[in-house]
Design a protein around this ligand. Structure first.
Ligand code: ZN
Length: 94
């Protein structure tokens, strides 16, 4: 994948009962549920998954354990990306 990331925006539950705002499959695409208040933070978070972000969350290594990090399990406005996110995302577009 180079520069193309399929994104589907929906108003239907992605994972019924779990309240997920977005879900990504690395290299394949992303789904965002606007009914769960998905916004640009969620899109940036999902972009991290597309890029293959690896964090330090002991429960789920695809996320960060830092709540201020964009890749924390629950994205919310005001979080910021870390260096691994920036490097992985930049590599998507080289
Ligand atoms: Zn995530």
């Amino acid at each position: 994948m180079r520069g193309e990331i399929p994104i589907i925006v929906t108003s239907s539950p992605i994972e019924p009962g779990k309240g997920a705002m977005g879900r990504s499959w690395e290299g394949r695409g992303t789904v965002l549920d606007l009914d769960q208040r998905a916004d640009s933070t969620n899109l940036s978070h999902e972009l991290g998954h597309q890029a293959g972000y690896v964090g330090n969350d002991p429960i789920d290594p695809s996320h960060s354990s830092d709540s201020a990090n964009l890749m924390f399990r629950m994205p919310f406005p005001g979080q910021t990306p870390d260096r691994p996110w920036c490097e992985k995302v930049a590599a998507l577009f080289k």
